[in-house]
Design a protein around this ligand. Structure first.
Ligand code: G
Ligand code: G
Ligand code: MN
Ligand code: NA
Length: 255
């Protein structure tokens, strides 16, 4: 309850920022997208990680307001990146947002107001989104279908960590699979870990989805993923989340 109060105050006092982490092609290494990741630094304090405040924002419903703010900020920051380099932006969306009757309207307005086409935006949702949206599952599906027909793409985040993953892949309109970072082997010689990454990448590829590996921390991870035919990577090896200015600089230096 205290956390919720602080969140509400923080939103009013404009204490949030958005950081951006590059998503690169595993062949070529170009930053084709950035994931928007919200940050909260109350004045005079250390940053509070999203792991701590996103759950509270979801439980209280404040995520609807915070999520819309992140979406609008990210679209505004990403507009020059898209227009100059074709770099797209991916934004995390929680089930609560998708259960709002006007979610698709809000997304279209954020795009219009920043001068972006739908194709510049990817929404990241989790496998459990239909279950967690409960009675709103139909509305969630309708929003995603409508936005996709406007060119917006949809990614399944943290793939492989939820349950009944396969049924969701069948029922959800999606374009990308983001393989959860827990699948990156911490021991390159462990055959069992290697087999698991291979199985997940093969599954995603056979569904003709673009595959994005998360948590790529080492050159070995990148090499393994290339061998397996994974399309894109995101992780500390390629770049940590940073400010919009840092993202712009990165694009300039790649051009
Ligand atoms: O890097 P990281 O600590 O930023 O993110 C931790 C968790 O918070 C991840 O699960 C990430 O998806 C989530 N997260 C980060 N930014 C947002 C956001 O804007 N909206 C939602 N719903 N989740 C976010
Ligand atoms: O849940 P989601 O996948 O949206 O959030 C991405 C999270 O992963 C963020 O907290 C981000 O800071 C974190 N992250 C990004 N790259 C790496 C990495 O290479 N290793 C680890 N352990 N975490 C990472
Ligand atoms: Mn994400
Ligand atoms: Na992710």
């Amino acid at each position: 309850i205290r956390m919720v109060e602080r969140l509400r105050e923080g939103l009013e006092a404009d204490e949030f920022t958005v950081h951006y982490q590059p998503i690169v092609t595993l062949r070529g290494g170009r930053s084709v997208a950035f994931e928007a990741l919200v940050r909260w630094t109350p004045p005079g304090q250390d940053p509070i990680g999203p792991d701590r405040f996103i759950p509270a924002a979801e439980d209280s419903g404040l995520i609807v307001c915070l999520g819309e703010w992140v979406l609008r900020r990210a679209c505004a920051d990403a507009a020059p990146w898209f227009h100059t380099y074709g770099t797209t932006i991916t934004v995390n969306v929680s089930p609560r947002q998708l259960a709002e009757h006007d979610f698709a309207d809000k997304v279209r307005r954020a795009l219009d107001d920043s001068g972006l086409p739908g194709a510049a935006l990817t929404l990241e949702i989790t496998e459990g989104v239909l279950v967690r949206s409960g009675a709103h599952a139909e509305l969630t599906l309708a929003h995603l279908t409508e936005l996709r027909s406007a060119g917006v793409r949809v990614a399944i985040d943290d793939f492989g960590t939820g349950y009944s993953s396969l049924a969701y892949l069948r029922d959800l309109p999606i374009d990308f699979l983001k393989i959860d970072k827990s699948f990156m082997p911490d021991d390159p010689t462990d055959a069992q870990q290697g087999a698991l990454v291979r199985a997940v990448v093969d599954l995603a590829r056979s569904l003709r989805l673009v595959t994005v590996a998360e948590g790529v921390e080492t050159a070995h991870h990148a090499e393994l993923l290339r061998t397996l035919g994974c399309d894109r990577g995101q992780g500390w090896l390629f770049g940590r989340p940073g400010t919009a200015a840092a993202a712009s600089l990165r694009l300039v230096s790649e051009a």
